[in-house]
Design a protein around this ligand. Sequence first.
Ligand code: SAH
Length: 205
Amino acid sequence: MIDEQLVPRGIHDLKTLEAMRTVPRHLFVEDAMKDQAYGDFPLPIGRGQTISQPYIVALMTQALNLKGHESVLEIGTGSGYQAAILSQICAKVYTIERIDSLLVQARKVFDSLHYLNILTKLDDGTNGWPEYAPYDAIIVTAGGPKVPEPLLGQLADPGTLVIPVGDRGVQDLRRVTKREGQITEKNIEFVRFVSLVGDHGWESG
Ligand code: SAH
């Protein structure tokens, strides 16, 4: 996975590569799909949702440019794989999921791996998690029509937010940076994510 899918496509951040090497991805997919867990594609995780392709997880993680001390907010826990990768690179991960059964399963895996620096919450993540704000980095792993305003408000200064923004089919993976009160945006590449559903996202799945 590392040598064939990540490094040749420009994943060079050592912390990202090390985390991708360490976290057992097969534990985050259903039993019937374990033999495909390290394939170069997303996989279904139930309830119409997916675990992202390894390359996309690595690309988004690298885009956050984490050094180790950060607190990171994730919207869209899903299988928990992205949160697990982040937990190996930063101090604390706060992750929000709107579908209960997915969150319950993800928590089981976090517990079994003793990933103790991940806090989870069942909610609409487009409103963020004000209690622990500001966050050094925010990662949204579902595609929305725009950058949710509350997330910009809960982003630290300096801070980095990565989110797929576009229509229901295709999105731009966007890196939004806050520095001295100024917001700058940069498109990374085209991606396909499931829908971000909520107050500051799409109306339904
Ligand atoms: N990061 C996940 C990707 C899961 S797919 C992983 O590594 O597996 C995206 C997830 O976002 C889905 O589980 C979906 O239910 C969730 N989601 C969509 N809109 C949401 C919202 N407003 N708040 C929280 N989670 C949301």
